[in-house]
Design a protein around this ligand. Structure first.
Ligand SMILES: Nc1ncnc2c1ncn2[C@@H]1O[C@H](COP(=O)(O)OP(=O)(O)OP(=O)(O)O)[C@@H](O)[C@H]1O
Ligand SMILES: [Mg+2]
Length: 506
């Protein structure tokens, strides 16, 4: 197989950061090439250089594509050559239909008039290719992230793709949606499409990749060929983090203390569809020092449960009681929930967790400005000190805490969200997919932080779609399905099989 793409000695600097330092990447025609590395290693930046988001002239080094030097002035240039990138953060327009999104900027029109018949027919055809049966007129807003991701691929296919770049396509997907997406990648490969996939899920990488390139600190560390050698997860991890990682989960000492939080008879209805009950008669509790998991499939209602408890941030006609230390607690607004000792770390860092245009520093102190203020005035020196502490503890990769959050890599943004809620000093921390998009090394750091919190007597509720993570970290696991708790397992009783069987038999 010959090389379709050769990126040679690519160097890219941002003010204060050398994001890429002489990176080399060779991708052969027709293969699936995985690009892996820690948060902030430079993966997304490298793909933005390739696709012209960062145009020729804004980086050093050379891109050779299809046998010739390529100098893309923008995304349109690379698209013309069949290079299509699907970014880490989806870019669909929520209130437009699937068809409108697919042909946005590439309208099926003659003399300025859109041919809707043609648009719909082509959309149907493309949707079939990616395994979706939705109508082309369906609003993007009304389908789940898994399907949105497939629509992005359908959109890519509408443009004669030759090299498809997927930046963490399965980060927000359920197990079954992820499988569907990976199957589609393999199918496209059979049709001759070359792909580059960025992922922190190393089992997925092993499943689809023909070649794996590891980058660390902006440089290429290794390239492995699955056709000639056995690429184990351990080996990838070693190259990623620069050392052996014997365990993925730190050891935990169990210590369930006094009752900390109790939620009883919790019922929640859908905010718009008043006849749809989203949460049914939920009863759960957390003791001091306990890490309690909530397992369930995507759409089981875990996020809705957490958000409705945290200041009624979700739902209508909410009924039920929350007790802290045995006494009824007022959690009717987010401010009151925080005052009652709760914190909720959201899975959706873009819309709920962070102010992207603000500095790292301000984002960290945002939920607890009181502790860095005197007489209503923020003490910025104090604020910086706090931010620096978390930057060190969480290993947030950034030249300075004055950096805007939008300039951080995805995983480092997630660490800022977590820092913010740790600084709020809660008694019970609800973590909703806390390690989504986070590399293996940083995951371990976050697990250590969770263990520290529980050692201090705090309660942690952990919602995660990664069952191994729940099994590795939790003292007790509730299983949720269709808005109700359908089972509860101790750490000893819990296994992936038992959790799944509780979900399917209910
Ligand atoms: N526009 C920007 N301005 C300043 N720094 C940036 C910008 N974009 C990226 N960086 C920095 O460049 C480095 C590489 O970031 P990049 O987004 O490529 O990482 P990544 O490997 O994709 O990480 P993740 O797995 O977390 O998504 C990081 O230190 C990041 O903070
Ligand atoms: Mg990235």
């Amino acid at each position: 197989m010959s090389a379709l793409l050769e990126m040679r000695a690519i160097t890219k600097t941002f003010p204060g950061v050398k994001a890429l330092d002489n990176v080399n990447l060779t991708v052969k025609e027709g293969e699936i090439h995985a690009l892996v590395g820690e948060n902030g290693a430079g993966k997304s930046t490298l793909m933005k250089v390739l696709s012209g988001v960062y145009p020729a002239g804004s980086y050093d080094g050379e891109i050779h594509y299809d046998g010739a030097l390529a100098q893309f002035g923008g995304i349109a240039d690379s698209e013309k050559r069949g290079i299509i990138i699907i970014h880490q953060e989806l870019a669909l327009v929520p209130l437009l239909s699937i068809a409108e999104n697919i042909f946005l900027g590439n309208e099926q029109a003659a003399s300025g008039i859109i041919n809707w018949r043609e648009t719909f027919l082509r959309t149907e055809d493309l949707l079939k290719k990616v395994g979706l049966s939705e109508a082309p007129t369906t609003l993007i807003d009304s389908i789940g992230v898994g399907k949105q991701q497939l629509v992005e691929i359908a959109k890519a296919l509408s443009k004669d793709v030759r090299l498809l770049i997927l930046d963490e396509p399965t980060a927000a997907l359920s197990e079954s949606d992820s499988q569907a997406l990976l199957d589609l990648m393999l199918e496209l490969k059979a049709q001759g499409v070359t792909s580059i996939i960025i992922s922190h899920k190393l089992n997925e990488v092993r499943r689809v990749a023909d070649t794996v390139t590891v980058i660390r600190d902006g440089g290429t560390v290794s390239t492995m060929d699955a056709r000639t050698e056995d690429i184990t997860e351990d080996r990838i991890v070693r190259d990623m983090v620069g050392r052996d990682m014997a365990h993925r989960y730190p050891a935990r000492t169990r210590r369930a203390g006094d009752m900390l939080m109790q939620v009883s008879d919790w019922n929640v209805w859908h905010p718009e569809h008043q006849d749809r009950q989203m949460i049914r008669d939920v009863n759960l509790d957390v003791r001091a020092g306990e890490v309690v998991g909530i397992a369930g499939l995507m759409g089981a209602g875990r996020t809705e449960l957490a958000m409705s408890v945290f200041g009624r941030a979700y739902g209508r006609n909410i009924s039920g009681e929350v007790r802290m230390h045995g006494k009824p607690a007022d959690v009717s607004t987010i401010d009151r929930a925080i005052a009652a000792g709760l914190a909720y770390v959201t899975e959706d860092r873009k819309s709920l967790g962070l102010i992207l245009e603000e500095t790292i520093q301000r984002n960290i102190t945002l939920a607890n400005l009181r502790d860095v203020s005197a007489h209503g005035v923020i003490n910025e020196a104090e604020e910086s000190k706090v931010a620096e502490t978390y930057r060190g503890a969480m290993n947030i990769r950034t030249p300075s805490v004055f950096q805007k959050v939008m300039n951080l890599s995805g995983g480092n943004q997630q660490k800022v969200v977590l820092s913010k809620w740790l600084f709020a000093g809660p008694e019970v921390l609800i973590l909703d997919e806390p390690t989504r998009g986070i590399d293996v090394g940083a995951k371990f750091e976050i697990y250590n932080i969770i263990n520290d919190l529980s050692a201090q007597g705090k309660g942690v509720i952990m919602i995660s779609s990664e069952m191994p993570e729940l099994l590795g970290m939790c003292d007790r696991i509730y299983v949720m399905n269709e808005g109700a708790l359908v089972g509860e397992l101790t750490a000893e009783e819990a296994s992936q099989e038992r959790i799944m069987s509780l979900i399917v038999t209910e």
